[in-house]
Design a protein around this ligand. Structure first.
Ligand SMILES: Nc1ncnc2c1ncn2[C@@H]1O[C@H](COP(=O)(O)OP(=O)(O)OP(=O)(O)O)[C@@H](O)[C@H]1O
Length: 451
């Protein structure tokens, strides 16, 4: 890999190959990767290696870490002309996109509707107990818009996936039929557009957009319509027109219609005509599943232990969960440090709530109860096998959860520090190799840190 900057030139075969690769990624629904991959430039094919221009070394490392496997697999699919990749830094290429690109890709039917985020799809949404009904209803609406549940009203706390589902419906409808005119906006944007149209005397245009040229209306955060009488009046007529024409209306909010302050009664009853469904806070298992899915999309290898750690620390809000992961992913790719619990707790120290304080005594008590052995026996020398295992686990957890020094921990077990060091190493190894031990440790940790 040559890191020296060079001016940009292309060879036709590299360009052609590149176009085929990008098409293949789109067809395979890998749009999420295009934000990064699509900004590189094909330079040449040199002895079976496709050389790509990148703006800088950070970009190169990031793409290489996250997308090399995907790019090579795609290359193999579209050609046997090149089987590997290399990068060259090219002066003046556009800088890196933000860590969560939302690329606007084209389909046969034209550009994705404005404001619809290609990243929010049903495929990238983790369905679990907390959102099962909302997700099923969203699927039903995407399958037969205007016929199933009209309107669909999804409510729930902040950062729990309402907007994601709304976009997923819009994306699915549009992908299946790009002639469908999908209009997505928040109720605040609706209000602003309305006010502007009144001011600039463009109401016929406004009405055409929302009543005549709209097959699917997706409105986020309808609670902001509260107390805006004129906008509500306009929205009421928009709603009625669309509903009568059998056009799909999907709404999200952070509360049920009856609780939205200042919402007119007639809108409340309209919003309740179809299906009202909620999204609840995700369970621990759901949070882990979301982290794993997002990590896979980012191309980040996230050990279970680390996913559990993050999911235990961030409990209420999926947006924060995602933010934590993006941060870990970025710093990992820059620093190349392995993704361990220690690394993550350091990277996220400003975002994570301070961990519940666990002391060696409570660990000893919990471990003794778990393995059904007397607490005192953990501090003695008896070498009975089950006892030795429980003692080593207690030492390992003491080290991990209290961050005490080896001599400090050793003193609580009446041992010397080398015994604690070897116990910690042994249990670390078992955690990697023995699924039974791993489960025991996960359960104990959950009990101790309050999940
Ligand atoms: N079940 C899920 N699977 C995958 N990602 C999810 C899930 N739930 C939420 N997210 C992600 O969490 C982030 C926040 O979700 P979203 O923006 O949809 O929240 P929201 O409920 O609309 O919040 P707000 O009320 O604050 O607008 C998004 O990036 C979304 O992709």
């Amino acid at each position: 890999m040559n890191a020296l900057a060079r001016p940009l030139t292309h060879t036709p075969s590299a360009e052609n190959l590149w176009e085929r690769m990008l098409d293949c990624l789109r067809q395979d629904k890998r749009d999420y990767a295009l934000g990064w991959i699509g900004r590189m430039q094909p330079l040449e094919v040199r002895e079976g290696v496709l050389v790509l221009g990148v703006p800088d070394r950070f970009y190169r490392d990031w793409v290489d870490d996250h997308y090399r496997a995907l790019m090579e697999a795609t290359l193999a699919k579209v050609t046997n002309e090149a089987t590997s990749l290399a990068y060259e830094v090219v002066e003046g290429l556009a800088p890196a996109p933000t860590l969560q690109p939302a690329p606007q890709v084209k389909s046969a039917g034209g550009a994705r509707p404005p404001r619809l985020n290609a990243r929010f799809t049903f495929q990238s949404f983790v369905v679990a107990d907390s959102n099962q009904l909302a997700a099923a209803a969203a699927h039903a609406v995407a399958e037969s818009p205007g016929r199933a549940y009209n309107p669909l009203y999804v409510y729930g706390g902040t950062g729990l996936g309402k907007t994601h589902l709304l976009h997923a419906i819009g994306n699915k409808i549009w992908e299946r039929d790009p002639t469908q005119r999908v209009v997505y906006l928040s109720s605040e944007q609706f209000t602003n557009e309305y006010i502007e149209s009144v001011r600039e005397q463009r109401m016929p245009e406004f009405r055409r957009k929302f009543r005549d040229e709209c097959d699917v209306l997706l409105i986020d955060d309808v609670q902001f319509l509260g107390r805006k009488e004129e906008t509500q009046r306009e929205f009421f007529h928009t709603f009625n027109t669309l509903h009568e024409l059998g056009k799909a209306i999907i709404l999200t909010s952070d509360m049920v219609p009856a609780e939205v302050p200042g919402l007119e009664e007639r809108l409340r009853s309209r919003f309740s005509m179809g299906l009202i469904t909620d999204i609840q806070e995700p369970s621990f298992e759901t949070r882990v599943a979301i982290l794993q899915k997002k990590a896979a999309l980012e191309g980040l290898d996230l050990p279970d232990e680390v996913a559990h750690f993050i999911a235990r620390a961030i409990q209420k809000n999926v947006r924060e969960l995602e933010g934590a992961l993006v941060k870990v992913s970025a710093i990992h790719s820059l620093s190349r440090q392995p993704v361990t619990v220690d690394f993550v707790s350091h990277v996220l120290k400003d975002v994570l709530p301070t961990r519940q304080v666990v002391d060696v005594e409570s660990i000893q008590r919990e471990v003794a109860r778990y393995y059904k052995v007397p607490v005192e026996a953990l501090k003695e020398d008896r070498r009975h096998k089950a006892l030795a295992h429980a003692r080593q686990v207690a030492m390992y957890l003491s080290r991990k959860l209290t961050k005490g020094s080896f001599p400090e921990i050793a003193a609580r077990f009446n041992k010397d520090h080398s015994t604690v060091i070897s116990a910690v190493r042994k249990v670390e190894k078992l955690r990697e190799t023995d699924a039974g031990v791993k489960r025991e440790l996960d359960e104990l940790e959950s009990k101790l840190v309050g999940e």
